[in-house]
Design a protein around this ligand. Structure first.
Ligand code: C2E
Ligand code: MG
Ligand code: MG
Ligand code: MG
Length: 288
């Protein structure tokens, strides 16, 4: 093709890059209509207490059922939605849907022997943090659904808060004062100053999957063990809970439990799935 193209200056050097670019562009322009048409849906992945194995809640993970491309993972479209600002209405939709879902789980589970109400974790993009409506939208959603603020955890990535000034932290502080938990997602992938943690209105550290992966070998790398041990003890001394992501094996779960992590999430327990799935897991769990 390149040969026959001769002097055609419109011929592209890298057709694959072009296809990707077209898809990116196509996806970007299709986003607003997709939200209106209800092409997004949410899967939920359980959060499990490492001490007793009980399901304590779930993280909401958005997907796009694209009419041509099938189910798209958030890594494909969240960056595009952030770029165009659509993340604000999309994020609000995810928050409302997930909190409603939490309410349904809470009603179904009930039971005095249940270890507290099922909680819901929702991811926030940096753009949502700077959007002035965040606090009021959250308050409205909690009021409409009757879910207690302390059953909601908002996850913000470490990189979004690196070097954050007070204006950026203000809405998070307001939410934290109301009782909403703020989690630092993908912790350990950025290079935030650990002392900086004291300044952030954060109550949970979500240790990145890369740490969990390094617990796969037995015996685990002694340096990795020391690092996780150090993070956990620092977190606990600052009254932060530690959640681990990406637990795929029982050995990892056991190692991370011994290291003092509080909660775990990963394929070992369950893949992200429809809300009914969590229902089954949590109900089984609550009745022993
Ligand atoms: P995250 O918040 O760190 O979510 C964890 C990711 O790890 C999810 O990928 C989940 O499916 C995956 N995961 C869970 N357990 C395992 C495991 O055992 N092994 C492996 N290999 N992976 C596991 P997913 O669903 O593709 O989401 C990717 C990212 O997209 C999320 O990372 C989050 O940053 C973002 N995201 C998802 N939903 C939303 C949303 O509603 N709003 C925003 N702003 N971002 C979202
Ligand atoms: Mg997350
Ligand atoms: Mg994460
Ligand atoms: Mg992650």
């Amino acid at each position: 093709r390149a040969k026959s193209a001769g002097g055609n200056r419109f011929e592209l050097a890298d057709p694959e890059a072009d296809a990707r670019a077209i898809t990116r562009h196509g996806l970007t322009t299709a986003l607003p209509a997709a939200l209106e048409r209800g092409e997004f849906f949410i899967e939920y992945q359980p959060l499990v207490h490492l001490g007793d194995g009980s399901v304590r809640g779930a993280e909401a993970l958005v997907r796009w059922l694209h009419p041509q491309h099938g189910v798209l993972s958030p890594d494909r479209f969240i960056p595009l939605a952030e770029h165009t600002g659509l993340i604000v209405p999309l994020g609000r939709w995810v928050l409302e849907q997930s909190v409603r879902q939490a309410r349904t789980w809470q009603e179904r589970r009930g039971g005095a022997d249940a270890p507290g109400p099922l909680r819901i974790n929702v991811n926030l993009s940096p753009c949502q943090l700077t959007h002035p409506g965040l606090v009021q939208d959250t308050v409205d959603i909690l009021e409409r659904t009757g879910v207690e603020p302390d059953a909601l955890c908002l996850e913000v990535t470490e990189s979004a808060l690196i070097g954050a000034d007070d204006d950026l932290l203000k809405p998070l502080r307001r939410l934290a004062e109301m009782g909403v938990d703020i989690a630092l997602d993908d912790f350990g992938t950025g290079y935030s100053n650990l002392a900086n943690l004291r300044r952030l209105p954060v109550s949970v550290l979500k240790l990145d999957r890369s740490f969990t992966q390094s617990m796969q070998q037995f015996p685990a790398d002694p340096v990795d063990l020391k690092i996780v041990e150090g993070i956990v003890s620092l977190a606990h001394s600052l009254d932060l809970a530690v959640t681990v992501e990406g637990v795929e094996t029982g050995a990892q779960a056991e190692q991370l439990r011994i290291l003092g992590c509080d909660t775990a999430q990963g394929w070992y327990y369950a893949r992200p799935g429809p809300p009914e799935r969590l229902h089954e897991l949590a109900l089984v769990d609550a009745t022993g």
